[in-house]
Design a protein around this ligand. Structure first.
Ligand code: 1GP
Length: 236
């Protein structure tokens, strides 16, 4: 059976460190038409923050994944489809390549079939994730492509994630990266905030991920980004 994410065109990422917009509810996220929910952020992916969100999503029928970051943790809920485990390929701090993961594997009782690594390439030097990981974001397109090929061909990664968190990336670089992959899924995240930005990035990535727009502008704005991503696939 193909992995769940091969069907994802649009994903909504919930940051457990940020509040929802206005009167929005977690349960309303699925109504935007998004394909899946990832709960994750650079800091505070802790049980105390994540478990209440999982509880609020208990009747949600789309897949829900928790993206683990620094702290080793695991969650128990029927509604959880699994864990995504980021490896930051261009981190200068090995904590984010194998260090935190090693700690997590040591201290957790893992069901490996529920754990899926993601090979991140962090590209916005001003983002929290770049600061924490001390990512080398001074990369040209060929550098990015080389990381993507390294991820897929050497490290056997099935998900490559171009992370521009907080800014809209360069569509040409995203397109060139997707062209360099043979079967890995290209996730794109960063700066998608409306129909047009979603349409543009969904045209060059396999899966687009929205984060800040959920917290800053709310569910209606997320639904617009879903519409943009869907229209690319209908138009092609
Ligand atoms: C963050 O890639 C996601 O991890 C989405 O980025 O918050 O900029 O939408 P934004």
């Amino acid at each position: 059976m193909a992995a769940a994410w091969t069907q994802w065109e649009h994903v909504t990422k919930v940051d457990p460190d940020k509040a929802l917009h206005g009167g929005d509810s977690y349960a309303g996220i699925a109504d935007t038409g998004t394909d899946a929910i990832i709960i994750g952020g650079t800091t505070n992916v802790t049980e105390a923050r994540v478990q209440p969100i999982l509880d609020a999503l208990s009747s949600t029928e789309i897949p829900i994944f928790v993206e683990l970051t620094y702290r080793p943790s695991s969650f128990h809920t029927e509604s959880l489809s699994g864990y995504l485990l980021p490896i930051v390929l261009n981190a200068d701090d090995p904590l984010w390549i194998t260090g935190a993961h090693h700690e997590w594997v040591r201290s957790s009782d893992l069901e490996w079939e529920a754990v899926h690594p993601e090979a991140y390439i962090v590209l916005n030097p001003a983002s929290a994730v770049a600061t924490y990981t001390r990512a080398d974001c001074d990369l040209d397109v060929d550098d990015v492509i080389a990381y993507a090929e390294l991820a897929e061909q050497v490290l056997g990664q099935q998900i490559v994630y171009l992370e521009y968190s907080g800014m809209l990336g360069d569509p040409a670089a995203v397109a060139a990266t997707r062209d360099a992959l043979s079967s890995a899924q290209l996730f794109y995240g960063g700066g998608i905030h409306d129909y047009n930005s979603a349409y543009e990035m969904a045209g060059v990535a396999d899966t687009v991920i929205v984060g800040d727009v959920l917290h800053d502008a709310g569910l209606k704005a997320v639904a617009e980004t879903v519409r943009g991503a869907r229209d690319v696939h209908h138009d092609s």
